[in-house]
Write a protein that binds this ligand. Structure first.
Ligand SMILES: [Fe+2]
Length: 129
């Protein structure tokens, strides 16, 4: 699984309506976890697994540290920052072979599986970053 630049796509109109509904349904979400469960932890790292079925979203999460993502399955995922951030939602196409992506700390968002395949990723959280 090589590191490939994520392929970002503009949000098409029909997807924008879906994202607008998402904002309405999740307006009061508290901040939660970056992943579905912790699969490893020591003093330096916390490693999470995130699995999203089509139509499923992660918790609203804050990237408080730097992360390295290992994406092993999926086809299309949206990153949706809350409207209060002023940052537009984005779509990322998952390459057939998966992808690895560095995510610097600071982001606040939901991950929303808007594709047709199960999305699977492992997130390596660098606690000291
Ligand atoms: Fe994220």
């Amino acid at each position: 699984m090589l590191a490939i630049e994520p392929e970002f796509m503009p949000v098409p109109l029909e997807m924008q309506e879906r994202i607008d509904r998402f904002f309405e349904e999740h307006a009061d979400d508290p901040i939660g976890n970056v992943g579905s469960r912790v699969i490893f932890e020591d003093d330096r790292l916390r490693i999470w697994e995130l699995i999203l079925e089509p139509g499923q979203a992660s918790d609203l999460h804050h990237h408080e540290c730097d992360y390295y993502l290992l994406i092993s399955a999926g086809d299309l995922v949206a990153g949706i920052p809350p409207k209060s951030t002023g940052i537009d939602p984005f779509l990322a196409k998952i390459p057939e072979a998966g992808n690895t992506v560095m995510i610097p700390k600071g982001g606040l968002e939901w991950a929303f599986n808007v594709g047709e395949k199960t999305y699977r990723e492992v997130l390596v959280e660098y606690k000291d970053s």
